[in-house]
Write a protein of this length. Structure first.
Length: 239
C-alpha cells in the first residue's frame, strides 16, 4: 500500500511541475496564434529590458533601404530623371493636367492643359501704339483741325487677309489719344481729336496669337474727309 501512495505522490509532483514550466520544444509550431492571445497579455512591461531598449532606439536596423528606379537614395530620396524621360511621348490635350508649385501658399497644385496652353500659346488682347507726332513732324503732315485714324492688322505682309480693320471715324471704342495738353491718355472723341495736341494714338483691343508675327499699317485724315488720308505707315508686332 505504501508503495502505491509513494507512486501517487511522485505522479502528482510531476503533473504540477509540467503545469508551471515549459520545456524545450513542448510548444509546437503555430500552436500560439493571435486569436489565442488576449489584447493585454503582451505589453512593453513584459518584454526583456535589453530587447525593449533595442526596439525603442531602433538599433537593430543597420542601414536604410537603398531605393532604385524612379526614386533613388537611402535617406534623402530624390526623383531620378528617368521618371520623366522614361515616360511615353504623347500629344497634350485640353483634358490633361500639369502639376505646379503655387507660390501663394507653397503647395503643389494642378492646372488643366487647356488653361496652360491658352496662357502660354493662346491669343491675347494687346495694344498697338502709333507714334503720330513723330510721323507728323517728319513727314510734315501738319493738320490744324481734328483728325481720325485707320488701322489695319494682318498676319500677311501684303495685308491681303486683314484680321483687324478699324477706323476712329466709324467707332471710337478701344481708341485712345495721348494728349500734350492733358499729358495723359484720353478717350477718342466722336468728332475726332485735335491734330496739334495728339502725340500718339493707341488701339487697345487687338486680339493676337502668341508667337505669330503681325504686320500693321495706319494712316490719319481730317475728320469727316477720308480723301485727305496720309500715306500708310507700317510696323510689326509679335507677342
Amino acid at each position: 500500500m505504501k508503495k502505491y501512495i509513494f507512486l501517487f505522490i511522485i505522479l502528482a509532483l510531476s503533473i504540477n511541475v509540467g503545469a508551471t514550466q515549459i520545456g524545450t520544444k513542448q510548444i509546437k509550431d503555430s500552436a500560439i496564434t493571435t486569436v489565442k492571445i488576449d489584447d493585454a497579455a503582451v505589453n512593453d512591461t513584459k518584454l526583456e529590458s535589453t530587447l525593449k531598449a533595442a526596439i525603442d532606439s531602433n538599433t537593430d536596423k543597420t542601414t536604410n533601404q537603398t531605393h532604385t528606379g524612379e526614386v533613388t537614395g537611402s535617406i534623402g530620396l530624390v526623383l531620378d530623371p528617368t521618371c520623366i524621360s522614361g515616360k511615353a511621348d504623347t500629344t497634350v490635350v485640353d483634358a490633361d493636367y500639369f502639376i505646379f508649385w503655387d507660390a501663394t501658399d507653397s503647395t503643389l497644385k494642378k492646372v488643366d492643359a487647356a488653361e496652360l496652353l491658352s496662357a502660354v500659346g493662346g491669343s491675347a488682347t494687346a495694344p498697338i501704339t502709333l507714334e503720330y507726332k513723330l510721323y507728323r513732324e517728319a513727314l510734315s503732315e501738319a493738320y490744324t483741325g481734328y483728325i481720325d485714324c485707320q488701322l489695319v492688322i494682318s498676319d500677311r505682309s501684303d495685308y491681303d487677309t486683314p484680321i483687324v480693320d478699324v477706323d476712329t471715324g466709324t467707332a471710337q471704342t478701344s481708341w485712345l489719344a495721348y494728349g500734350a495738353a492733358s499729358d495723359s491718355n484720353e478717350a477718342w472723341l466722336a468728332d475726332g481729336m485735335p491734330a496739334t495736341d495728339v502725340r500718339s494714338i493707341i488701339y487697345t483691343n487687338a486680339s493676337l496669337t502668341r508667337g505669330t508675327i503681325y504686320y500693321y499699317r495706319w494712316r490719319t485724315y481730317k475728320h469727316g474727309d477720308t480723301g485727305t488720308a496720309t500715306d500708310w505707315k507700317g510696323g510689326m508686332r509679335c507677342l
